[in-house]
Design a protein around this ligand. Structure first.
Ligand SMILES: *[C@@H]1O[C@H](CO)[C@@H](O)[C@H](O)[C@H]1NC(C)=O
Ligand SMILES: *[C@@H]1O[C@H](CO)[C@@H](O)[C@H](O)[C@H]1NC(C)=O
Ligand SMILES: *[C@@H]1O[C@H](CO)[C@@H](O)[C@H](O)[C@H]1NC(C)=O
Ligand SMILES: *[C@@H]1O[C@H](CO)[C@@H](O)[C@H](O)[C@H]1NC(C)=O
Ligand SMILES: *[C@@H]1O[C@H](CO)[C@@H](O)[C@H](O)[C@H]1NC(C)=O
Ligand SMILES: *[C@@H]1O[C@H](CO)[C@@H](O)[C@H](O)[C@H]1NC(C)=O
Length: 466
């Protein structure tokens, strides 16, 4: 079902994404969903504080909707949060008194839509969690995109100081009254309500010229005690990090051919501690996701290089931790979401699959990894069989090569392979070949790219390296 857009909406929707200066999530596909929820809340709070302006209501304005404070409903969602059209089923629950909200959206994975990702965002007071992995759930506690705080996404429509009636609509066969949050800019939040029952909530945010939006259509509501309390509480899995994979304990380290995007402003930008890397397949998926939806003119952001490393890692994986930043980026990094400080984190791209495929033998889209600073083996050492207990879980054998990302993206027109792969929906085979070729030679006619090496440290004594 969710496949349809690929056929009906081709060519792909290409959306420009943001500069990464104001948003930390840009390099962490999946987090934008939670960023948007938080941002919608901030818009509503801002409107309530500013009370933008009063406009005379339409003559025959209906009674204002007072949406139940505690309810749940199945939903149908439509969103461009990640830069491309996603639609599907989901589930929504809130209790405004408890300041709790849960949103589940079942998402099809870019490039392989039969691979599902059940993404749950849980907002509890001023804390927020992402839960993926289906029956083997993994919980990530988010650091912020600014202070996260529960905000009732519906109550504003009852307040004449911040909302406006704009007429009657029919949504999915149901008659409803349309209310808009008053806004001083391009933010658009609307609620179509049948009496006090929400029918459709639309949120559109505009940042740096890019539009982000989502729509939830609500099925029949369950009210009050019909909503299980457990849905609105922090699940136990959020109190601890996933333990080291059982099937990886007691094993020798395995080689990892790892790729990473990074800035090239200083020697520090070549440090892969507390960074995310990926294997060839996982990295092809990552670049496609990261770049497909913001082609020119954003080629200029500071992650200008791609390096390939030969690593040895213990297969006793912990949960994957998205990381961002380098010491000389703004904001400075690296910083990662909380997780085990020593185990190498692993997940399938976009957190797809049961248990995010953390301990799986294989993944149709390869893997993403996180290399915790605290797990790096000291120089000359490699992970032992007992790495999961002793904590030296990864080591660098060699940086193999570093290229300009523009060589791959511009000279070798990488995105054309991404687009073809996404349309075919069978993984990122073409993109992988192009990425492999860029590192395989320096011969441009074979798709190769020049090795740009390392930056020359200004102070040669500070020449640390990888
Ligand atoms: C839009 O207005 C809200 C307040 O109504 C403000 O918080 C927000 O930052 C504004 N967004 C932009 C992009 O200016
Ligand atoms: C979050 O809420 C808790 C309890 O309400 C409070 O103790 C804590 O200080 C809050 N944290 C922040 C960062 O506001
Ligand atoms: C996602 O949820 C659906 C039910 O909504 C379930 O059938 C499926 O197994 C789940 N899959 C994953 C990977 O979470
Ligand atoms: C959502 O954003 C996309 C991409 O910018 C746009 O094409 C679409 O019309 C928007 N939908 C709504 C309902 O605003
Ligand atoms: C809400 O979004 C849906 C599609 O996502 C669109 O069809 C509908 O017109 C939007 N409604 C309003 C009031 O913008
Ligand atoms: C990008 O690099 C320039 C210097 O090359 C620096 O001034 C700027 O702060 C960097 N931007 C970010 C977001 O790191």
């Amino acid at each position: 079902m969710g496949l349809l857009w690929l056929w009906t909406c081709a060519p792909l929707y290409i959306v420009q994404a943001l500069a990464d200066t104001d948003l930390g999530f840009q390099r962490n596909p999946g987090l934008e969903v939670d960023w948007m929820l938080g941002e919608a809340g901030r818009m509503i709070r801002a409107a309530e504080e500013i009370k933008p302006w009063r406009t005379p209501g339409l003559q025959d304005e209906p009674a204002r909707p007072t949406v139940p404070r505690r309810f749940s409903a199945d939903i149908e969602y439509v969103t461009f949060e990640s830069g491309f059209l996603q639609t599907g089923r989901g589930f929504f629950a809130q209790d405004a008194n408890e300041e709790a909200m849960r949103v589940l959206t079942v998402r099809h994975t870019l490039g392989m839509s039969q691979l599902l990702n059940n993404h749950t965002s849980l907002l509890l007071g001023n804390e927020s969690y992402i839960i993926n992995g289906g029956d083997l759930p993994i919980c990530k506690k988010l650091p912020f995109f600014g202070q996260q705080q529960f905000v009732d996404l519906f109550a504003w429509a009852a307040n004449p100081a911040v909302s406006r009636y704009t007429g009657e609509r029919v949504v999915a066969g149901r008659a409803c009254s349309l209310w808009y949050l008053l806004s001083t800019n391009q933010t658009r939040i609307s609620l179509c309500a049948a009496g006090n029952t929400p029918v459709e909530l639309n949120v559109t945010l505009s940042r740096s010229g890019t539009t982000f939006n989502f729509t939830y259509q609500f099925d029949r509501l369950k009210l009050g005690s019909e909503v299980p309390e457990q849905l609105l509480q922090k699940p136990q899995i959020c109190d601890s990090f996933a333990p080291a994979c059982e099937n990886g304990r007691g094993l020798d380290p395995v080689p990892l051919d790892a790729y990473i995007f990074h800035p090239g402003m200083s020697v520090e930008d070549y440090n892969i501690e507390d960074q995310n890397v990926a294997d060839l397949a996982g990295y092809a998926a990552f670049i496609c996701m990261d770049w497909l939806f913001h082609e020119s003119p954003r080629l200029g952001h500071n992650y200008t290089l791609i390096s390939r490393y030969s690593l040895e890692i213990s297969p006793s994986f912990g949960q994957y931790r998205p990381c961002n930043g380098y010491p000389d980026t703004i904001p400075p990094g690296p910083s990662c979401v909380p997780g085990d400080p020593r185990l190498v984190g692993r997940e399938a791209p976009f957190s797809a699959g049961e248990g995010e495929l953390r301990c799986a033998a294989g993944s149709p889209l390869g893997f993403w990894y996180q290399l915790p600073k605290g797990g790096r083996c000291s120089t000359g050492h490699r992970p032992s069989k007992e790495a999961w207990a002793t904590g030296c879980t990864w080591s660098v054998q060699k940086r193999l090569k570093t290229i300009q990302q523009a060589c791959l993206l511009r000279n070798h027109n990488f995105l054309q392979y991404c687009k073809a792969d996404v349309l075919e929906d069978k993984g990122f085979g073409r993109s992988m070949k192009a990425l492999e070729a860029a590192f395989a030679s320096e011969d441009s006619s074979l798709g190769g790219c020049a090795d740009v090496g390392e930056p020359v440290a200004q102070d040669s004594e500070s020449m640390v390296v990888v």
